[in-house]
Ligand binder design. Structure first.
Ligand code: A3P
Length: 293
């Protein structure tokens, strides 16, 4: 790896994003959503792929022939993502798909294209506790050769806390969707809840999407979307992404899928500093985020 593909960050309205996304931002901003489209929004590494798989399974009532039709990134395009030349982009994939489309984004709420709100689209937001999120992001940046170089862990943690990583402030991200959840069609869910009681959470998501599924179908979907099932599913584990982008010698995409792995990474000192900072930043918007289950 010669480091040439690793992106630098630039900004849209003060939010740091990979440079290539900023370059093609205009077409993201003017994207026309349809009423039936569903947006899955997350801060990076909050369990996006997991939520995507659950939603696709729900919409297809657990039919594996249908959910295994293509890899995650083809079935549910990542709206703001683009190749450096702008050719291979979420937007171009979406333009040739008929609604209802399931669309992935990591954008903070203020950058979501206006048409999603005008059309009244349903939005599913998944939040994950920031300690597991930053650990997962760190390992992802080690293996994703299109992401900026992560550097040493201590510096990476500092960058997360000072909101310098791609997609910006985790704190503002979770708060932004939380504050709007009752004003807009937003279902706000937690990684930790899904891990603790997937039957309950998959049922909530299905009901939000207007589907009453049988207990048998829900159980089947839960089984097909466990960490181990998804890790073995080539249409859900990003194994189709070439090694020139994902360096699997550095880390796996489907890495651990646990709650509390942060305990293996944070020193006692880092944890104390993080806790203090976290409570200060979250004081104006208490969200029931759990660091263990
Ligand atoms: P870890 O790095 O902690 O293992 P995203 O899809 O937003 O990039 O998030 C990736 C994280 O979600 C990774 O976390 C990945 O292992 C985890 N994940 C993916 N599918 C999962 C599943 N079915 N159950 C639990 N965790 C899952």
């Amino acid at each position: 790896m010669d480091g040439k593909t690793r992106s630098t960050l630039s900004q849209v309205q003060g939010v740091p994003l990979p440079e290539r996304i900023v370059k093609y931002w205009a077409r993201v901003e003017k994207f026309q959503a349809s009423k039936e489209d569903v947006l899955i929004a997350t801060y990076p590494k909050a369990g996006t792929t997991w939520t995507q798989e659950v939603v696709d399974q729900i919409l297809n009532e657990g039919d594996l022939e249908k959910t295994k039709r293509a890899p995650t990134q083809v079935r549910m395009p990542f709206i703001e993502m683009t190749s450096a030349d702008g050719e291979n982009a979420g937007i171009t994939k979406l333009e040739v798909m008929d609604p209802p489309r399931v669309i992935k984004t990591h954008l903070p709420i203020q950058l979501v294209p206006q048409s999603f709100w005008e059309a009244g689209c349903k939005v599913i937001y998944m939040a994950r506790n920031p300690k597991d999120t930053v650990v997962s992001y760190y390992h992802f940046d080690r293996m994703n050769l299109y992401q900026p170089e992560p550097g040493p862990w201590q510096e990476y943690l500092e960058k997360f806390m000072t909101c310098q990583l791609g997609w910006g402030s985790w704190y503002d991200h979770v708060k932004g969707y939380w504050r709007e959840r009752n004003n807009k069609a937003i279902l706000y869910i937690f990684f930790e809840d899904m891990k603790e009681d997937p039957v309950r959470e998959v049922t909530r998501i299905a009901e939000f999407l207007g589907l009453q599924l049988s207990k048998c179908t829900i159980d089947h979907i839960v089984k097909m979307t466990t960490f181990s099932a998804m890790r073995e599913n080539p249409m859900a584990n990003y194994s189709t992404v070439p090694d020139t982008i994902f360096d699997r010698t550095a880390s796996e995409f489907m890495r651990k899928g646990e709650v509390g792995d942060w305990k293996n990474h944070f020193s006692a000192q880092e944890d104390a500093v993080f806790e203090d900072h976290y409570h200060k930043l979250m004081a104006d918007c208490p969200i029931p985020i759990r660091f263990t289950i």
